[in-house]
Structures are given as C-alpha cells and as structure tokens.
Design a protein around this ligand. Sequence first.
Ligand code: AMP
Length: 190
Amino acid sequence: MINLILFGPPGSGKGTQAAKLLKKYKLVHISTGDLFRFNLKNNTPLGLEAKKYIDKGDLVPDSVTINMLTAKVNENPNANGFIFDGFPRNVHQSEALDALLTSKGSAVSALIALDVDDEELTNRLLARGKTSGRKDDSDESIIRNRLSVYHKETSPVYDYYDKAGKSVKVNGVGTLLAVFRRLCKLMNKY
Ligand code: AMP
C-alpha cells in the first residue's frame, strides 16, 4: 500500500497534481477541502459547521475533520493506497492518521511537499478565485490568514514526518507537467 501525503500551502497545486497522480498510480484521492465543499454545497450539518471556519480561512476543528477523514478511508477497504490532500493540517491530525493506518497494518509512505513562495501563492489563489467561486480564494485578507495558519499550524507536519525520514520537498513552481514529472520521479521510489 502506498499512502502519500501531498503537502504544501494553499495554492501550491496539491489538488491539480493529485488528480494526475491518482490516475497514474491508481490510488484513492482524499481531499478534506473537497469533502467539506461537497458538504457545504449539499447543506449538510457537517457542511454548515465547517462553513464557519472555512469562510474565515481557519481550520475546521480536529474532531470533525478526523471523523470525516476516517469515514472516507473506511469506505475504501480495497484501496491500493491513498493520496491525502489537505490532511493532516496539524500534528494532532498527523498522529490520528498514523493511528488509523497502523490499525489497518499500514503507514504513511511519504510526505511530498510542494514548495511555492507566498507571493506566488497569493497571486495563484486570487486568480483561481476569479473562476472557482470560492469565497476563501477571492478575499486577500482570508488568503493571508490561510497562509499564516499554514505557517503556524500546518508546517510542523513536515517536521513531524521528517523525523521519521519520510518528508521530501519538491519545487512546485513550473508548468503543471514539469511539476508532475518531478513528483513521478519521487513516486518511483515508493
Ligand atoms: P483546502 O481546499 O485544502 O484549501 O481547504 C479549504 C478549507 O477547508 C481550509 O481553509 C480549512 O478551513 C478547511 N480544511 C480543509 N482541510 C482541513 C483539515 N485537514 N483540517 C482542518 N480544516 C481543513
């Protein structure tokens, strides 16, 4: 089983690259952001709860997020492996993911971090906001908060897996295909 954490700040290209990787490697893609947006669109209680945080660019509470992620993993008992996109977003979520995978006799194979600087990220997110209809992509102060949450709460996840020798950085700037090739080169090792 390959369990890959596709890591990086908002706008670093995780979703785009995950879509290409899952086709090539036949993995199940779990994006917690997409799951929240699906719930939001369908006005579920989970979506309404998550909206309070998403609209500000804050993290949705761990209890809600971890339960949702666990349910999605459990829905796919025959998966070859998973690409986790947007999860884990803090060390507590990392510990929960490790415990979940351990309970299935598995583990995180690697964390691949897409490296993109904040100025480029802000430009990308504002450009995406023009077409995505996402409120959290359209407002510069929300974008700034998302980046600050990433630096404070999420970036320690890189160090957490680095201690286990599992973290690796990839240059996330370049064409979609150039970045994809860099990722595939790494994937061949797992
Ligand atoms: P994303 O599409 O990954 O940028 O996520 C959009 C928003 O969903 C984030 O700004 C958070 O409010 C929420 N979110 C997504 N994943 C998580 C997570 N793992 N933990 C907490 N909140 C999350």
